[in-house]
Design a protein around this ligand. Structure first.
Ligand SMILES: NC(=O)c1ccc[n+]([C@@H]2O[C@H](COP(=O)([O-])OP(=O)(O)OC[C@H]3O[C@@H](n4cnc5c(N)ncnc54)[C@H](OP(=O)(O)O)[C@@H]3O)[C@@H](O)[C@H]2O)c1
Length: 262
């Protein structure tokens, strides 16, 4: 039987207190990884306890540190804490991010800077901080969570879509510079059912109708799940994906295959 086996690899996942990051952490543990997670939420909160339980449920070690990934110092300190705790880092899933949906005219200088620090620079800084550890691994992989907004967008999603597009360039640049010892890949999820997207649906007068309208745009007939993104990350981290680097993979339930005229 063909199975993904990441037994005793050590993975960093950012943004584990919610949504995709929580799903990725769980699936990586199921595939055999010990998982070190971070987010801004403090350790005593239920969402962090849930992350720890979801990893330990598979008999794997969980580590958590409250980190704001817009802080270069906090990222560096987190990576070094993980290296001290586990003595190795084989995989990083740089996932933490927030929708900064303002529109090009409404976007303030502060929105622009915040979005760039969180949704672009933080991934680069995490990559730099973890590079030496990934190079020391026999199978170092750095996964960047970008978005289907890297390829097409809808009105009002600026400046988020700008940075998610830029991340595909970051993936290419790092893959070229870090290969062959480290593979760098992007994952571009489409609509994944997360608390972040609940906020999006709840911004419409009829959230349930907007949810159904969105589902109907997907040939897959559903929204994606955090675990499906996690499974993609587990595959990309495995030796089955040894030829995958420098590319960002779109995972959108077929939404982009559907022409706009309905
Ligand atoms: N859901 C989708 O449909 C979708 C589609 C395409 C791409 N994505 C991308 O997937 C990633 C996760 O999105 P999601 O939908 O799972 O969102 P979510 O449910 O809102 O979760 C976001 C996570 O990022 C963390 N985070 C936010 N700002 C942070 C900061 N400054 N420092 C550290 N952690 C921070 C949050 O934790 P704290 O609040 O505790 O800090 C949380 O754990 C994002 O990069 C997003 O752009 C999502």
């Amino acid at each position: 039987m063909l199975g993904i086996n990441l037994t005793d690899k050590v993975a960093i996942v950012t943004g584990v207190s919610s949504g995709i990051g929580a799903g990725v952490a769980k699936v990586l543990a199921e595939a055999g990884c010990h998982v070190a997670g971070c987010a801004r939420t403090s350790e005593d909160q239920d969402s962090v306890k849930d992350f720890i339980k979801s990893v330990e449920a598979f008999g794997k070690k969980a580590f958590y540190q409250a980190v704001d990934v817009t802080s270069k110092e906090q990222i560096a300190s987190f990576v070094e804490s993980v290296a001290r705790e586990f003595k190795q880092i084989d995989l990083v899933v740089s996932n933490a991010g927030v929708n900064v949906f303002k529109g090009a005219s409404q976007c303030s200088e502060e929105d622009w800077t915040y979005n760039h620090e969180l949704n672009l620079a933080s991934h680069w800084r995490l990559a730099k901080a973890s590079r030496k550890h990934l190079e020391a691994s026999s199978s170092g992989v750095f996964v960047v969570m970008t978005s289907n907004h890297a390829y097409s967008s809808i009105p009002g999603c600026f400046p988020y879509n700008v940075t998610k597009t830029a991340l595909t360039g970051l993936v290419r640049a790092m893959a070229i510079e870090w290969g062959p010892s480290v593979r760098v890949v992007g994952v571009a999820p489409g609509f994944i059912d997360t608390p972040g997207n609940d906020k999006w649906f709840n911004s419409f007068p009829d959230a349930a109708a907007e949810r159904q309208r969105t589902i109907d745009l997907h040939p897959a007939g559903k929204l994606g799940t955090p675990e499906e993104v996690g499974a993609w990350c587990a595959f990309l981290a495995s030796d089955f994906a040894a030829f995958a680097t420098g590319t960002t993979y779109l995972l959108d339930g077929g939404r982009s295959a559907l022409m706009q005229d309905s």
